[in-house]
Write a protein that binds this ligand. Structure first.
Ligand code: GDP
Ligand code: ZN
Length: 450
């Protein structure tokens, strides 16, 4: 691993900003016992036990008091010596304590730097390290549980099983390279073809599960199209059901992309409201509209909301015509409680269309099922782990290489090379073959103190 770091001591406030009962400062470095003594007035903390202490400034006055935890390396999260100071969770106290740590030789930690050190010291592999951030960012209980599974190594284990079998197959194929005249018979006798087919099936299966896991993490981007008062907010609340609707309207809603997020069956739905897509001369608002269009470009689905009594208005047809043609549409006729129509599902120009009442809730379940079907969500099943687009790419490439290996089965040298590339692709997931710049990108997206 070429991605080295200087073993300088790092420190950060690990708890969320703001006021809380307890605030935690985390410190990682080498030989931190003198550090612990300096801040606790000479105490020698027992490893992995809580030591109650005052925390002292350089002039001997107390800054705070609380618990000091000392985890000598390598049995710590980062693999180095780790100290945690659990003080009072006020921003001023935390800032003073952090400043004291810097005075004692620490520098401020970068985002994700503790986890990065854990990875570099082989305490976690890359997929596990990523799941630390995913657990913190999880937007549903299902996502959180799946992230924890990945963190505990469930996903990495699947990859290791695949890589081990791949290595076995590679050994078989490479053994034939020295005896080219007999290679095919040898491979046939060892059932290399069956092993290759089995590997392809296994990678495809893991890819299927990873796709579901990625859905849980990334969710689905939905463009909401509908005139004022058609029932957009009512529908979002009805869809969210028992889940609390997490409304994240970005500041200056009329000027920026309007987004709301709700969760259906564990899958986050990111709603882009086209209410912000009106004509305007306001320069700032124009920028916001451009951003909204950029978000629309990347969306997975357009949800067109129509008042059943009015049908599709000319204004809405104009807006729909502006949407990217590749974007699937789902039509929703709302307010059926004000008509004699019953809830139901039908097809309209090749697009699904749902009749419902956001107010009475009739037909809302039908829409939920349609939305989940659109993204291919099978429901939270056993063994689901959280995955990222990066993992899907690696699995897709691994599968592709295995298919290539089959195509060149009669040419051992080419087959050996294809298998080697398949292994490289799969190993990228756990980080055995991951370029430094990618590591930088992955860890820079963590929060500070993690
Ligand atoms: P938005 O402007 O598109 O977000 O629309 P709202 O959700 O704020 O709804 C506008 C009005 O329509 C409110 O008074 C809602 O109570 C009402 N409304 C929404 N959905 C229904 C429905 O299915 N049936 C009836 N009767 N009223 C509805
Ligand atoms: Zn709204």
């Amino acid at each position: 691993m070429s991605f080295a770091y200087s073993p300088v001591t790092i420190a950060a406030i690990a708890t969320a900003p703001g006021r809380g009962g307890v605030g935690v400062i985390r410190v990682s470095g080498q030989n931190l016992l003198p550090f612990a003594q300096a801040i606790s007035g000479g105490k020698i903390p027992k490893p992995r036990y809580a030591t109650y202490s005052d925390f002292y400034a350089a002039d001997g006055s107390a800054i705070d008091n609380g618990l000091l935890l000392y985890f000598p390396g390598p049995n710590s999260f980062t693999g180095e010596d780790v100290i945690e100071l659990q003080g009072h969770g006020g921003p001023v106290v935390m800032k003073m304590l952090l400043a004291r740590c810097v005075e004692l030789g620490a520098r401020l930690a970068e985002p994700g730097e503790f986890t990065k050190r854990a990875f570099l010291n082989d305490k976690l592999d890359l997929a596990q390290a990523e799941s630390v951030a995913d657990l913190i960012d999880a937007s549903s209980e299902t996502a959180a549980k799946s992230a924890l599974k990945s963190l505990k190594g469930a996903f990495s284990h699947e990859i290791h099983v695949l890589v081990d079998e791949l290595i076995n197959l590679r050994m078989l194929v490479e053994a034939t390279l020295d005896f080219p005249e007999e290679d095919i018979d040898f491979l046939e006798a060892a059932n290399a073809r069956g092993k290759l087919a089995g590997l392809q099936a296994q990678v495809a299966k893991v890819l299927g599960t990873a796709r579901q896991g990625a859905l849980l993490r990334e969710g689905m981007h939905v463009v909401l199209v509908g005139p004022p008062n058609v029932g957009k907010s009512s529908l979002m609340n009805a869809l969210a059901g028992d889940d609390i609707a997490i409304v994240t309207d970005i500041a200056g809603t009329t000027r920026d992309t309007v987004r709301e997020e709700i969760v259906i069956d564990g899958v986050p739905l990111h709603i882009i409201d086209t209410a912000g897509l009106r004509d305007t001369d306001d320069v700032v608002e124009k920028i916001g509209i451009e951003r909204t269009w950029a978000a629309v470009e990347k969306a997975d689905l357009a949800l067109v909301l129509i008042d059943h009594r009015e049908g599709l208005t000319a204004e809405m047809q104009t807006l729909i015509a502006q949407l990217p043609t590749r974007l699937p549409r789902l039509f929703v006729y709302n307010k059926i409680d004000l008509t004699s129509e019953a809830a139901g599902l039908s097809m309209e120009d090749g697009h699904a269309s749902v009749r419902l009442s956001a107010k009475s809730g009739e037909g809302v379940d039908l829409l939920r099922q349609q939305l989940l079907a659109q993204v291919g969500w099978h429901g939270a099943e056993e063994g689901l782990f959280l995955a990222r687009e990066r993992h899907l790419e690696a699995l897709r490439e691994g599968l592709q290489r295995l298919v290539e290996a089959e195509l060149v089965y009669e040419q051992s040298e080419l087959m050996a090379e294809a298998l080697r590339l398949a292994q490289d692709a799969l190993s990228r997931i756990t980080g055995e073959f991951t370029p430094d710049d990618l590591l930088g990108v992955i860890f820079s997206r963590f929060c500070i103190g993690k």
